[in-house]
Design a protein around this ligand. Sequence first.
Ligand code: AMP
Length: 220
Amino acid sequence: MRIVLLGAPGAGKGTQAGILSKRLNIPHISTGDIFRANIQKGTELGLKAKEFIDRGKLVPDDLTVSIVKDRLLKDDCQRGFILDGFPRTIPQAESLDNELSGLGIKLDAVINLEVPDEVIVRRMQGRRVCARCGKPYHVLTLKPKQEGICDVCGGPLIVRDDDKEETVRERLRVYYKNTEPLTGYYESKGILYNFDGTKDIEVTTGEIMSKLEQITGKTG
Ligand code: AMP
């Protein structure tokens, strides 16, 4: 299946994408994770992206689109993929459509996680992320087995620089201005599915999985 996860920062996209990727056995592609890995390695892309990310702004479309295009051409995307945090603007969505139609494929579903702003700001305050593999955690709702250590790779858990309250508010503003219009874009294509992202993680995963089963049943 070819899936896009939409939602405000902190809506749970990364968490759900990680779970769905394992269940469906398709790669989880997070542009945020790709940027952070590049920042950590000190690459040219990382240096460019950091300037925007630290201020809660979007990385320019041309830079973002080209890394996603390269990633989608990798062999592991043949069976499908889950895009998390991309597209974030209408031009990115149009580029994605063009790229996919050039490959003779299209998106099966766009999963939109809906969470009110106050819940998001509260969630971000407890958010931690593995500095090595990017797996997300939360100090109250998604604790690691051992405090401060990633369950998967043993890496250290850190607070993302852009999770400071002021930056979160800017990211929300950017979300409403640039990304939220994508719900209308995908709704008009008939592939938008909305979910209540305030429920327990497993409950939301269950609801998404049943919807995806329904869709694959429908499309064969
Ligand atoms: P995320 O981990 O998805 O919250 O992304 C962290 C930051 O990376 C965002 O606040 C943006 O600055 C940047 N970023 C991630 N994905 C995109 C995208 N599709 N377009 C532009 N900037 C992005």
